[in-house]
Structures are given as structure tokens and as C-alpha cells.
Design a protein around this ligand. Structure first.
Ligand code: SF4
Length: 359
């Protein structure tokens, strides 16, 4: 591979020697004009870790409620109580959403002003009792922090109780961009800040609960803020070691319109590749097809991603922000996305146990 940008030669030498990249090198990854060279480097790392395997899961996304006390400026999902579009699901409603064959449920929601913590604890327990074969990935660090703010239950106790009820893992949401400047501008200072978000993931890891991590990008953040976000996650992973997957989330313009249009696919590919190269201690990097679109997600499998998430069935957060992808995909569509990229599809569960290899 001949790089158009000679700075990538130095980075290649470090990547091949399995040396950690610096902040300046992280910035180079985001600034270089040699997108294909960047993709080659990220694909080299992905192949070293996973060969040509790409993971997916038969899962179900569930949002118990979109009622939320906060008003993050990037969010099209939340509603105030009683307002048009607000919804609140009972535990029975949620149980009815989980069909046979699902390996993972992914549960996140608004910061409800009145629902007691016991609702969430009972919810996890009811799912685990009714569907013991299903792994439960539920509640972002921002929601765990909210249980402290609202009900004064420490994260450690919250996580111990949820784990006892049947929780397997935490999703990676609520991180947004680790930047005080952006948090103020987009009115999300009322939720877990970067230190608190990382602290809660560290507590989860210490309790044997694996977690994911995200970054919301493509709005008003700078490239340096993206690099700093990734390096903060890398530092936390060094400390607590329980992150499974990094998932870059493309901001959906929807009605919030922080920027005139969605960031282009080339920026998404660049971000996935840079993440794969900087997060040398993360096992997996995901191309989340809902926010990327199926075609870009398929290309991202050559830019460092080894996972496409899953079938989802009824995704709402991105679709209330007018994401153009379908609200769910059948297993056959996921297989086509992966096979079209020339990769081997590996069906997994929430914890990356292999369910089946689809050649
Ligand atoms: S992003 Fe989460 S916390 Fe913020 S308004 Fe939306 S639902 Fe509420």
C-alpha cells in the first residue's frame, strides 16, 4: 500500500509494531486526505483481530418510555409528560414485544420524572423470568446516574440490584461527546459528565457487567474533541477493561437541525477507521446500520468495523430523528449486507458468544 499522505507511513509502522497511537496521530487520522489509506490501516487491524468475520445479533430494541426531564438539543426522541407523542409502556407491554428467537434485548429510555427505580428492577426481573434464554442489555450510564439524582441510589447498588434481577450488560449511550463546551451548547450538562459516565462503566466492569461505549458525532463538535473522546475511552478501558464494543453514532438532523445536513458517509467511514486505530484495547468497533444506512455500513466493514449490530425490530430513537433506514432488518438482510462486503457473518449473542457462523 502506497499512501498519498506520508504521515500515514509513520502511523503504519507503529500500527504494524502494535504501538499505541498518540493524540497528534489521532488528529492526523481525522485530517488526512488519504481516506483509502486510512481505511487500509484500520482494515489491517480489524483483520488481525477478527479475520474476515463480521458479527451480528438477533435482537430487539425496546424503549419503555420517551418521557424525559431533560431537553438535550440533539434529541428528537424525548417528550414531556402528557405531550403528543409521549409514551409509557407497562412491564406487560414490554414482555409482549419480545418474540421467540431473540438473543438480546436492548433497553434504554428517557429520564422519567416519576417512575421509581423499582419499576426498572421489576422490568429486568420479569424479562429474565419470562425469557431466561434472552440476554438483557439495559440502561445507559446516564440513566444509572439519573437513578442517583432522582432516587439517591448509588450506581454500585443500582447495578448490583439490576444484575441480581437478570441484567447482563450495559449499552454505551449517554456519552454524547466528552466536551464541556459541547455539553453547554447542546444543553446536556444535566446528565452524567465524562468522569461520571466513565466512573459508572468502571463500577459495572468491577461487578462483572460488560458494557459498550458510544460517541455522537457529526454535529458541532471539533475533530480534536472526537480524538479526546476516544482517548478518554481508551484510558477507561486500560483502567477497568470491561468495554466490548465502540459504536460511533452519526447525528441525525431530524427536527433538531444542529447542522444543515447529515455528515457525509466519508466522514462516518473516517471516524470508524480512526476509532479502530486509536482504541487498541477495544475488542470490537461497530458499523451501526440504522444511523449509517445499509450501504455505508457495508462499506464500513472494509474500514475497521467488525460488527453491524442486529435486527432491532423497532428502533425509535434514530427514527424519531427521521433516520431513513428501515426500523428493523430481517436476518437475511443483515447476512446480505455482510456477504456483499465479502465477509463471513457470525451470529452472536450480547456477550459475543458465537451462535452460528453463516458462510
Ligand atoms: S438524549 Fe436522553 S436524556 Fe437527553 S432528552 Fe433525549 S431521552 Fe432525555
Amino acid at each position: 500500500m502506497r499512501f498519498a499522505d506520508p504521515r500515514l507511513d509513520r502511523i503504519r509502522a507503529k500500527v504494524c509494531a502494535r504501538e499505541r497511537l498518540s493524540r497528534d496521530e489521532g488528529l492526523t487520522l481525522f485530517e488526512t486526505g488519504d481516506l483509502l489509506g486510512l481505511g487500509w490501516l484500520a482494515d489491517h487491524v480489524k483483520t488481525r483481530l477478527h479475520g474476515d468475520r463480521v458479527h451480528f445479533v438477533i435482537n430487539r430494541y425496546i424503549n419503555p418510555t420517551n418521557v424525559c426531564v431533560l431537553s438535550c438539543r440533539f434529541c428528537d426522541f424525548a417528550r414531556k409528560p402528557g405531550r403528543p407523542g409521549a409514551f409509557e409502556h407497562s412491564i406487560e407491554d414490554v414482555l409482549g414485544m419480545i418474540k421467540d428467537g431473540v438473543h438480546e434485548v436492548h433497553i434504554v429510555g428517557g429520564h422519567h420524572p416519576e417512575w421509581p427505580f423499582e419499576y426498572y428492577e421489576r422490568l429486568i426481573g420479569a424479562i429474565h423470568t419470562a425469557r431466561p434464554e434472552v440476554q438483557i442489555k439495559a440502561f445507559t450510564a446516564a440513566e444509572i446516574d439519573y437513578f442517583w439524582r432522582r432516587w439517591k441510589i448509588e450506581p454500585k447498588e443500582t447495578l448490583q440490584r439490576l444484575k441480581a434481577a437478570g441484567l447482563h450488560a450495559l449499552p454505551g449511550g449517554g456519552a454524547e461527546i466528552f466536551s464541556r463546551r459541547v455539553a453547554k451548547a447542546l444543553a446536556y450538562t444535566g446528565k452524567a459528565d465524562p468522569d461520571r459516565w466513565c466512573e459508572i462503566h468502571g463500577v459495572a466492569h468491577s461487578l462483572g457487567i460488560p458494557t459498550n461505549a458510544t460517541m455522537l458525532f457529526g454535529h458541532i463538535e471539533t475533530l480534536a474533541e472526537r480524538v479526546d473522546h476516544l482517548l478518554r475511552l481508551r484510558t477507561q478501558q486500560d483502567a477497568s477493561g470491561g468495554f466490548l464494543t465502540f459504536i460511533p453514532l452519526v447525528y441525525q438532523v431530524g427536527d433538531t437541525k444542529l447542522v444543515p445536513r447529515q455528515t457525509p458517509p466519508t466522514d462516518a467511514l473516517r471516524t470508524i477507521a480512526a476509532a479502530r486505530l486509536l482504541l487498541d484495547n477495544f475488542p470490537h468497533v461497530e458499523a451501526y446500520w440504522v444511523m449509517l444506512g445499509e450501504q455505508t455500513a457495508s462499506i464500513a466493514l472494509h474500514f475497521g468495523a467488525d460488527d453491524v449490530n442486529g435486527t432491532l425490530e423497532d428502533e425509535r430513537i434514530a427514527h424519531m430523528a427521521k433516520a431513513e433506514s428501515p426500523v428493523g432488518l430481517a436476518r437475511e438482510q443483515l447476512l446480505r449486507m455482510i456477504h456483499d462486503a465479502g465477509k463471513t457473518a457470525v451470529e452472536r449473542d450480547a456477550l459475543y458468544n458465537v451462535v452460528r457462523v453463516w458462510n
